[in-house]
Ligand binder design. Structure first.
Ligand code: FAD
Length: 324
C-alpha cells in the first residue's frame, strides 16, 4: 500500500529548483503507489509553481503564501512546514540536499523525533523497507541506511535522480494554507546578491573548474569561455579561492558546493580528497593537468597531461568548429 510523502519545494528567483522535481521522482522510487504531497512557501502567488509540481508528479500541493516568506529563514519556514506536517501526517519527508535542506531537515527530524538520512544519491525499496545510499568519508565509501521507525526525513543530492516526465495534462489539487507569522519571528526583508551571470553551479550539467594551476584571475577567462560554449558553469578548488583567483561562491568540495554534472572538466586541480568530495560523483570527469602523477587522474574518465593554457583554448576551438 502506498504511503504519504511530503516533498518540500525549494524556490530560487521565484522558480522551483530542479531538485524539487527530483525529490518527487525519489518519492515515487520509494513506491509507485506513494501519494506525493508538495508544499511550497514564498511570497506572492505560488499557483504556477504548485501546478509545475503536479505536472512533475505531485498529487496535491499546499501553498503557504506570505510576504514575510520572501527569503528562507529557519524559524519561519520550519514553523510553516511543521504546520503542514501536522495537517498531512506524512510517512516520509523529502527535500533537496541544498543549503536550505541542510538547515531545515535536521530541525524537522528533531521536532518529529525521527531519523534523518542526508545527502542521498540512490534509493530503492527492498523487503518492505526503503534503502537509502549516501556517500561517506568524502565520497570514498557508500553507506546504506534503513529507517524502520517513525517518519523518514531525507535530503537528496541535486542532479542524481532523474525527474519524472513533465506532463501538463496531469491533474492535482492545490490547497492554500494560512499561517500566522509573529512579529518576534526573524524574517529576511531583502536579499542582496552579487551580480552573477549564467548557470547555477550546483545545478549545472557541465562544470569547468579551475585550480591553483590557473595562476590568477585572468587564468579563469579561458575557462569561462569554454563553460559558456557548453552552456555550463565555472567552479573552483579551494586552492584557487584561497589564492584570491575567484570568489568563494565557486568553491567545490568538502567545505564548498557538491556538484554532480554530466561533465566535469578539472583544469589545474591536483585532486585533493577534499576537492574530490564535491565532484567525484560527476558522470564524466575530464582532467587537464601538467603533472602526470596528479591524483585527479585517479578519478578522471579522460585525462589530458598538458598545460591548461594550451589545452583549454584548443578544446574551445574544436568545440566551436563542431557547433558551426
Ligand atoms: P594544488 O594542490 O596546488 O594543485 C594545482 C595543480 O595544478 C597541480 O596538480 C599542478 O600540477 C597543476 N598545474 C599547475 N600549472 C598548470 C598548468 N599550466 N596546466 C595544467 N596544470 C597545472 N579543497 C577544495 O578544493 N575544496 C574544498 O572544499 C576543500 N575543503 C578543505 C577542507 C579542509 C578541512 C582542508 C584541510 C582542506 C580543504 N581543501 C579543499 C583544500 C585541499 O586540501 C587542497 O589544498 C586544494 O584542493 C588544492 O587546490 P588545487 O588542486 O587547486 O591546488
Amino acid at each position: 500500500m502506498g504511503k504519504k510523502v511530503l516533498v518540500i519545494g525549494e524556490m530560487k528567483n521565484n522558480k522551483l529548483r530542479n531538485v524539487t522535481f527530483e525529490a518527487i521522482a525519489a518519492s515515487k522510487l520509494m513506491s509507485k503507489e506513494n501519494e506525493v504531497i508538495g508544499v511550497i512557501c514564498g511570497e506572492g502567488n505560488l499557483e504556477a509553481q504548485a501546478t509545475e509540481m503536479i505536472y512533475f508528479g505531485a498529487d496535491r500541493v499546499h501553498t503557504i503564501e506570505n510576504e514575510k516568506m520572501k527569503a528562507y529563514t529557519s524559524q519561519v519556514f520550519a514553523k510553516a512546514i511543521i504546520h503542514v506536517i501536522d495537517k498531512v501526517n506524512p510517512d516520509a519527508i523529502i527535500m533537496g540536499h541544498t543549503a536550505v535542506g541542510k538547515d531545515l531537515a535536521p530541525k524537522l527530524a528533531s521536532r518529529l523525533n525521527s531519523g534523518l538520512v542526508s545527502d542521498v544519491i540512490e534509493l530503492e525499496e527492498f523487503g518492505g523497507n526503503i534503502v537509502f545510499t549516501r556517500p561517506i568519508y568524502s565520497g570514498k565509501a557508500f553507506e546504506k541506511k534503513i529507517i524502520t521507525d517513525g517518519i523518514i526525513v531525507a535530503t537528496i543530492r541535486p542532479n542524481n535522480i532523474t525527474p519524472l516526465d513533465h506532463d501538463d495534462t496531469r491533474k492535482g489539487e492545490l490547497e492554500p494554507v494560512n499561517i500566522t507569522i509573529d512579529t518576534v519571528d526573524v524574517i529576511i526583508k531583502d536579499v542582496l546578491k552579487k551580480a552573477t551571470a549564467g548557470v547555477d553551479l550546483s545545478e549545472a550539467k557541465v562544470v569547468v573548474a579551475g585550480g591553483r594551476g590557473v595562476k590568477g584571475k585572468e587564468g579563469f577567462e579561458p575557462l569561462y569561455e569554454l563553460a559558456d560554449l557548453l552552456g555550463g558553469a565555472v567552479g573552483a578548488s579551494r586552492g584557487a579561492c584561497d589564492a584570491g583567483y575567484c570568489d568563494y561562491s565557486l568553491q567545490i568540495g568538502q567545505t564548498g558546493k557538491v556538484v554532480t554534472p554530466d561533465l566535469y572538466i578539472a583544469c589545474g586541480i591536483s585532486g585533493a580528497i577534499q576537492h574530490l568530495a564535491g565532484m567525484s560523483n560527476s558522470k564524466v570527469i575530464v582532467a587537464i593537468n601538467k603533472d602526470p602523477e596528479a591524483n585527479i587522474f585517479n578519478v578522471a574518465d579522460y585525462g589530458i597531461v598538458g598545460d591548461l593554457f594550451e589545452v583549454v583554448p584548443q578544446l574551445t576551438a574544436e568545440i566551436k568548429k563542431m557547433k558551426l
